[in-house]
Design a protein around this ligand. Structure first.
Ligand SMILES: *Cc1c(COP(=O)(O)O)cnc(C)c1O
Length: 467
């Protein structure tokens, strides 16, 4: 399989190069040149397979020419063996034909583990083959940092440095990062905001001399391999509920559009999906887009669902590419317009086609808490604030006569205990594998909000003699 950029002006790459490159050289995002196809009978044949068996079927065409089936199998089996539920991504019934897909049984109890645990292993595998080493640098407001650290810890070919705003992440989120004492992991607590952290990371990457000297790399949400690994649970959950003979509606609490775009990929590959419902919090740029056809960037306000507090959705460009008929030049023009003006008007034909498949609903914090309370009372299901938005949006948009609803739950309630307690009166306990999180020793370095200091730190760490 080969990959092309959404801006049409970067080299065509193979899977391993796309994995390591992240962003394309023309500023675009990589997408597969064509979609692997699964017929109805091939999908039917997935019934009864385990999560990792479905993962191999779904991902094999994307890594063809780069990983053998044996290599892929070994990586996938190793990845999901560490998850704490035997089904990996279990389904819970909410109503007649409405289900929740629990994507929080990985090491950091949020859905990002489902992709990043594999991506960490893929990086290590490809780098070892090439005799290379990278230093991953990233900024986090909470969720992504811990999932990335867990994915990269103790891997020979990777060092990882994660910046977080000192004193501004939740205790659970901080401890999930700082209690990892592995030699190849460093946590930097920056005396500043998340935006300061992100700006400094961007500045390090834009310093090409520095980036090349220390082989800086990233595992951010635009990485194609993350999207690829997320396609698997769309197939696995749909097949468990009768696909391809019953069409599904998926509802997804959405930030950067990576998760729901993976669902779109599954549909392109032949999975029958009637509709995708996008849930947003008060940072509702996507919901406004699906209402109007205009993407209009606004400020960001903090909410109870911080992993969806985004200004723009970076993966949306991949959807635009599809609906503009894979015309990279047209995509580049729209994106340039958006960057210059903060506004993007989708051509009417493309917008009309998107609206046949996507719709969006927004929930503010009070509405989110109310949903958490009602779901707990009616079904016993404890939902974290992100998952609650997905469930509420799904129930609102679902036509129960036409399809089965699968609402993606993206974080364990114990990851956001304050909000859950506020809504339900119950403080959810941490799952067994991390019950001692608050007794574990922490390690992090506090650092000034100063680019030179951070650059020196990364240089010293990446340049050290490894034992
Ligand atoms: C990252 C995240 C999201 C948003 O996912 P996107 O792929 O960015 O749309 C939603 N919920 C939780 C808990 C997350 O960590």
């Amino acid at each position: 399989m080969k990959y092309v950029s959404t801006r049409g002006n970067a080299p065509v790459l193979s899977f391993d190069d796309v994995l390591l490159a992240g962003l394309a050289r023309d500023g675009g995002l990589y997408v597969p040149q064509s979609w692997p196809q699964f017929s109805a009978s091939q999908i039917r044949a997935m019934r009864g397979l385990s999560y990792h068996e479905i993962a191999i079927e779904v991902m094999a065409p994307f890594v063809e020419g780069c990983l053998s089936r044996a290599e892929l199998t070994e990586l996938v089996v190793d990845t999901y063996a560490g998850f704490t539920h035997p089904a990996v991504a279990p389904l819970k019934q909410l109503g007649r034909n409405q289900w929740v897909l629990e994507l929080f049984h990985g090491p950091t109890i949020a859905f990002k583990d489902y992709a990043l645990q594999l991506v960490g292993r893929l990086f290590d595998h490809v780098l070892k083959k090439r005799g290379q080493h990278v230093t991953i640098v990233g900024a986090t407001s909470g969720d992504t940092g811990s999932a990335a650290i867990e994915a990269c810890r103790d891997r020979d070919s990777i060092d990882i440095v994660i910046l977080h705003p000192h004193g501004r992440t939740s205790d659970v989120q901080r401890r999930q990062m700082t209690s990892v004492l592995s030699d190849n992991v460093r946590n930097l607590a920056v005396n500043g905001t998340f935006d300061d952290c992100q700006d400094m990371v961007k500045a390090l990457f834009n310093d090409h001399g520095f980036r090349d000297t220390y082989n800086l790399s990233a595992v951010n949400s635009i990485n194609w391999a993350r999207v690829m690994a997320q396609i698997v649970y769309y197939f696995a959950s749909a097949v468990a509920l009768g696909s391809p003979d019953v069409p599904m509606t998926f509802s997804v609490p959405t930030g950067n559009f990576g998760n729901v775009f993976a669902g779109f990929c599954a549909r392109q590959m032949g999975l029958p999906v009637e509709k995708f419902i996008v849930g947003s919090n008060s940072n509702d740029i996507l919901t406004r887009f699906f209402e109007t056809g205009v993407m209009n960037a606004d400020g960001v306000v903090p909410t109870l669902s911080p992993s969806m507090d985004i200004q723009v959705s970076s993966n949306f460009e991949r959807l635009v590419f599809h609906y503009l008929g894979n015309d990279g030049v047209a995509v580049g023009k729209l994106m340039d317009e958006f960057r210059a003006t903060g506004r993007m008007d989708m051509p009417q034909g493309a917008y009309g086609a998107m609206r046949e498949l996507f719709e969006g609903y927004r929930y503010n914090d009070d509405e989110t808490l109310a949903v958490m309370k009602v779901m707990r009372a009616q079904t016993g299901e404890m939902l974290d604030p992100h998952s609650a938005i997905g469930v509420a949006a799904g129930i609102r948009g679902h036509s129960y006569k036409r399809s089965t609803l699968i609402a993606l739950a993206t974080a364990h309630p114990a990851k956001f205990p304050d909000a859950v307690e506020k809504a339900t009166g119950i403080r959810p306990p941490l799952p067994d594998h991390m019950a001692d999180l608050f007794e574990r020793p922490e390690r992090f370095d506090v650092i000034a909000n100063d680019l030179a200091a951070v650059r020196d730190y990364v240089a010293t760490f990446a340049g050290r003699v490894r034992t």
